[in-house]
Design a protein around this ligand. Structure first.
Ligand code: ASP
Length: 329
């Protein structure tokens, strides 16, 4: 009996040693195949744009292809659920934004806990948003927009990328600030929403500068305000929302990279180092500036700083969302 236990213990130890050796081998070898980088919104939108810009230099550093995959729906939570259940082997990486911190309060039955299901890799960038409208929308200033939507709230439409998207969050704060509810039109991302706004199918939107800068500079949309507290070098004539009448309004869309929890630490460190290098890439720095944003600092692009930010942001947004009373099932 005893020898049987000892024998199975020995088999167990041997199996464990083999697994650990296999894991060490896998890590030394990492990456030995293409990496899938999941984007939770449509191709061509702001999150997708940021992702594709950093994917190229990251892929060079890692020495493997990075395949960007757009998994849309439910304000980014469908993609998050898929990645939370993926193998923790470093071959599925996820980019998500501020929505990772608002989803736990917005969704009554979220199938994952952001703090438990994911391992943070590092912050990528914090992107300002802009309040914009279709080109022939009557109001010329944010103050006029506020008066107009209050007088026409039954007919004015607001585009967003689903509950949990940054465009949803911005709209929620805006409507709350002016005490007016608008009809929202949900999209799979603000890429297609912007197309409809340009075509006049929807009136208003609040979206990241990484999607709207080109159209604002070209005068193809009406732009009223930037949602962060400083004017942008790339759009110096655009007032801040605070200057334009929404006192204290401040919203920046931070984006971070994640892998499923349980991913081996050496892989997490390797991905984080690749992100840090990518954020110093000349093309990334220049394109981010054109698009009204800047790379995260090297310190912010660490797993630890990103984990701290995520936890703090979940706490920050909970009471605000609860006060607004907006939920999804
Ligand atoms: N980031 C989303 C997108 O890429 C939009 C949003 O969060 O509102 O489409």
């Amino acid at each position: 009996m005893q020898s049987k236990i000892i024998r199975s213990a020995i088999i167990g130890v041997t199996a464990l040693t083999a697994t650990l050796a296999g894991q060490a081998f896998a890590q030394d070898d990492y990456p030995s195949q293409p990496i899938t980088l999941v984007v939770p919104f449509s191709a061509g939108g702001p999150t997708d744009t940021v992702t594709r810009l950093i994917a190229e230099p990251m892929s060079e550093v890692l020495g493997t292809q990075i395949v960007v995959q757009n998994v849309t729906g439910a304000g980014g939570t469908l993609a998050a659920t898929q990645v939370a259940n993926a193998a923790p082997d470093g071959y599925t990486v996820f980019i998500h934004h501020i929505g990772m911190s608002t989803a736990p309060t917005l969704y009554r039955s979220l199938p994952f806990d952001p703090l438990e299901a994911f391992q943070t890799i590092g912050l990528v960038t914090t992107v300002p948003m802009t309040i914009i409208a279709r080109p022939d929308f009557e109001p010329e200033t944010l103050a006029e927009v506020i008066d107009y939507v209050k007088a026409n709230q039954e007919t004015v439409t607001y585009a967003n990328a689903g509950i949990g998207a940054a465009s949803h969050l911005c709209g929620m704060l805006f409507m709350d600030a002016i005490d007016t509810q608008l009809t929202t039109v949900p999209y799979q991302g603000t890429g297609p929403a912007l197309t409809d706004l340009l075509g006049g199918q929807v009136d208003l939107m609040c979206d990241q500068t990484t999607n709207t800068s080109g159209q604002i500079k070209a005068g193809e949309v009406k732009a009223y305000a930037v949602t962060t507290q400083q004017r942008l070098d790339s759009l110096p004539d655009l007032p801040t929302a605070d200057e334009a009448g929404l006192e204290g309004f401040n919203l920046g869309v931070w984006h971070g990279l994640y892998v499923p929890a349980g991913t081996p630490e050496p892989i997490v460190q390797e991905l984080s180092a690749a992100l840090q290098t990518a954020l110093q890439d000349e093309n990334v720095v220049a394109r981010f500036a054109e698009l009204g944003t800047a790379p995260a600092t090297q310190e912010e692009a660490t797993p630890e700083a990103h984990a701290e930010l995520l936890a703090a942001q979940i706490e920050l947004w909970r009471p605000i969302i609860e006060a607004a009373g907006v939920y999804a099932d």
